[in-house]
Design a binder for this molecule. Sequence first.
Ligand code: SF4
Ligand code: SF4
Length: 363
Amino acid sequence: MTETFYEVLRRQGITRRSFLKFCSLTATSLGLSASVAPQIAKALETKPRTPVLWLHGLECTCCSESFIRSAHPLTRDVVLSMLSLDYDDTLMAAAGHQAEAIIETVKEKYKGNYIVAVEGNPPLNEDGMFCIQGGRPFVEKLKETCADAKAVIAWGSCASYGCVQAARPNPTRATPIRKVITGKPIIHVPGCPPIAEVMTGVVSYMLTFERIPDLDRQGRPRMFYGQRIHDKCYRRGHFDAGQFVNEWDTEPARMGFCLYKMGCKGPTTYNACSSTRWNGGISWPVQSGHGCLGCSEDGFWDKGSFYDRVTSIHQFGIEASADQIGGAIAIGTGAAVAAHAAITALSRIRQSEPQNKKEGEPA
Ligand code: SF4
Ligand code: SF4
């Protein structure tokens, strides 16, 4: 019989006290009340680990790199204990026919009860010849592996949207997995890469509650993609005050003013970077002095220069949700900066220019 997560932890010498602390921290990372921790503990004590098949299509492996650097929940716990990671052709020791046979074994033994995690996407041009695995196109392996899965997780913007390998003119016809996998719940966890704690948080939730998290219209878990980068950005005060960086290596840049005019896509990007941050909460791109590229949004790679400010401003309320903005884009109103960004930025630009002129060219 498959061991439970708790049994594996005890076998590894983890104390019950540490286990309960882990459950509390997991509840917090999921944005749940601490009172949910006993529920998580009970689930992890009693439920057998879920087999996971982790596939790699056209990608750069940055999602795996991010995942194994998770500070919380500890990747060691998630990968080695919480999941029963049966197949990952990047991490596992087996290779060749021996490795491919694992997929068939899991499919047969855990039919309808395993998870497929996909990093990268299938290229469809030339009958899929741009990504061959085990002597056949990756798209075939992907479809067959997902056929009996309980759910599919699309790691990163490659699997979710296509990402840079799908950039125009997309010569290989790199394709998001939702376009080739049908009839299965697909959870998009976009980002280039996604934040490690977001990845492990999604897995923790699915294993603990045995259901997929609440998703937005783009298929992203609301618990991590429910707010804009802009909503929790520590530079937001400068945005509201009309204090912008107009040029790199200037005094406003050194003072940490808002990067909107340097192309920051935070006002239209839904991700947890400004709240969860990166590398165990140490920092995140805007804190390092660079604007958000919008890497968790569909099509970010084809929206022009990362340093062009968003100019097609459309009227959205400050509390507009991803669904509202996504819906508006879908019906052709175009990409937009939220109304607050538009109204505040435009009304303050004139005020900020004299100050910024001292150091750089006003836009
Ligand atoms: S525009 Fe960018 S830098 Fe400015 S407050 Fe919003 S997210 Fe932060
Ligand atoms: S700050 Fe923006 S571009 Fe950077 S990782 Fe987060 S969502 Fe992606």
